[in-house]
Design a protein around this ligand. Structure first.
Ligand code: HEM
Length: 480
């Protein structure tokens, strides 16, 4: 007898019946994570359907992660799903038929260029931090809204790598880059309510009204043009140079399209990294002082071991900071469901269910990251969890504990061939900024403020509280 079952037999989370369905869809807007937790508990970690405003997600269980990891896009397709979910071709023009800005550049060239980018990002962080944490004359500390400040700081340091200095310091330019995600992500949701023929018209209407993406593209265009004019790409020093190296001739004639690719990359690079930086600073402010001191001491020792130079090798030795970031990714999920793929051909999943083409599958980070087989005391936030697993016996085993290592039990950066190609850049950038902040300031919650600010959830995404504040007190000794 066949064990195979039809897709329709998959259980669904939420209230029963058509009205219950509508209620569940509405709940998913503000509480997808709660729905995923509920479905996982109710169906014992077996696949189930999660309804949402942008259609149904089939949330897969731990047994199916390996199948997604190995997939080569013939059955479970990532780029098609990204197009369906974020509609880049509607909002940015056709930048995904030849997605060289996402693949070649970020995956290989940027990662190779990281060594030379560390001193640049460090210099930018050192210049930007005092501007973002303005301490008034005669005072020793400043209280700032953390998440929006980190978004801005990250955008500036990222753009030192994207377009170079001094362009990355232009406040208006940065504001526009940051606003793009705030326009485009909710818009992709709204556009999904319209049939595809109407989407360009609806987008045109909204984009003229809001305009963040158009402003951002116009902001990047002069830098692209300058790099074309000076043929800087033979000796690349920014991501724009790398982009020009791979751009086909027709793209070189189309500066706005090239600029749109940079804006698209900025979108992937900013809020994600700012979320980690914000969580890390809140955690550091909550942590026992001696733990913060051990992280600082390790940073100082690593820099000293490189002849007092804060370079990429030194950052590679910040194991405690690396562990803290990895634990943040494990403990605070960024999204309720991720690594989604469009099913292109009939596919059978672990429990024998046959999924028809057109289905959407995804993984649920939070329950996977709470698997007691891999994470004893999973409910406890242990900043040094992964550092403790580094035994020093085998380099390969130790590397597996690092923040950027992908595994089936740690899916913050996704799985398989579409796992985040920007993660090495992101990790370095975040560490440079955090190390600089830790060496310069003591961190604390302002008097009377909650030490566990409530995160903000929208659709599948979860962000740290956008209004919670942190106090930065200048430290007396700052090692150079
Ligand atoms: C902490 C920061 C970041 C996090 C948590 C993050 C997370 C992710 C995740 C979960 C995916 C999807 C993986 C999958 O489908 O399995 C992804 C894809 C991607 N990310 Fe990141 N990301 C971060 C930073 C960056 C940065 C800085 C860049 C660019 C400079 C970047 C560029 C990309 C690109 C181009 C993709 C698409 C890859 C593909 O489909 O092949 N990301 N990221």
């Amino acid at each position: 007898k066949s064990r195979l079952r039809k897709r329709a037999q998959l259980p669904r989370v939420g209230r029963a019946g058509p009205l219950g369905y509508a209620w569940t869809v509405l709940r998913s807007v503000l509480d997808s994570e709660g729905l995923v937790d509920e479905g996982w508990a109710k169906f014992g970690g077996k696949p189930f359907v999660l309804p949402s405003m942008s259609g149904e997600w089939i949330v897969l269980g731990p047994e199916d992660v390996e199948q997604l990891r190995r997939s080569d896009d013939t059955i479970f397709n990532a780029p098609e799903r990204a197009k369906q979910l974020f509609l880049p071709n509607v909002m940015f023009g056709d930048i995904t038929t030849n997605p060289y800005h996402l693949e070649t550049i970020i995956r290989s060239d940027l990662t190779k260029a990281l060594r030379s980018l560390v001193p640049e990002m460090l210099e930018e962080a050192q210049l930007a931090i005092p501007e973002h944490i303005p301490i008034k004359n005669g005072q020793t500390s400043a209280i700032i809204p953390l998440f929006p400040t980190m978004v801005h700081l990250i955008a500036r340091v990222s753009n030192r790598a994207m377009i170079g200095a001094p362009g990355c310091r232009d406040e208006r330019f940065l504001k526009n880059q940051v606003s793009v995600a705030e326009e485009v992500i909710p818009m992709s949701q709204v556009l999904n309510w319209f049939p595809s023929v109407l989407q360009p018209v609806v987008w045109k209407f909204f984009s003229v009204t809001i305009g963040a993406k158009d402003h951002a593209v116009r902001g990047v265009a002069p830098y692209v043009q300058a790099r074309i004019d000076y043929a800087q790409q033979d000796n690349p020093s920014t991501i724009v140079d790398l982009l020009l190296r791979y751009a086909p001739p027709e793209d070189i004639q189309d500066v706005p399209k090239l600029a749109a690719r940079v804006v698209h990359l900025n979108m992937a690079a900013t809020h994600t990294s700012a979320i980690f930086t914000t969580h890390a600073l809140f955690e550091l402010a909550r942590m026992p002082a001696e733990d913060v001191e051990s992280i600082r001491a390790e940073i100082l020792a690593a820099i000293e071991s490189e002849g007092d130079i804060f370079n990429k090798n030194a950052v590679g030795k910040f194991h405690l900071l690396d562990s803290l970031l990895k634990e943040i990714g494990r403990f605070h999920s960024l999204f309720a469901v991720g690594s989604s793929r469009l099913v292109l051909k009939e596919a059978v999943i672990s429990n024998g269910t046959v999924l028809p083409p057109g289905s959407v599958v995804a993984l649920a980070p939070k329950p996977l990251h709470n698997n007691p087989d891999f994470y004893p005391d999973a409910h406890v936030f242990d900043p040094f969890r992964f550092a403790k697993r580094r035994t020093g016996e085998s380099v390969t085993k130790d590397v597996k504990q690092s923040f950027t290592a992908l595994s089936n039990d740690y899916i913050v950066f996704g799985v398989g061939k579409h796992g985040c190609p920007g993660r090495f850049f992101a990790s370095l950038k975040i560490k440079v900024i955090l190390a600089e902040l830790l060496l310069s300031y003591d961190l604390s919650f302002p008097e009377g403020a909650s030490k566990t600010p409530k995160p903000f959830a929208f659709n599948i995404f979860t962000m740290p509280s956008p209004t919670a504040k942190l106090e930065f007190t200048k430290r007396k000794v700052k090692a150079e």
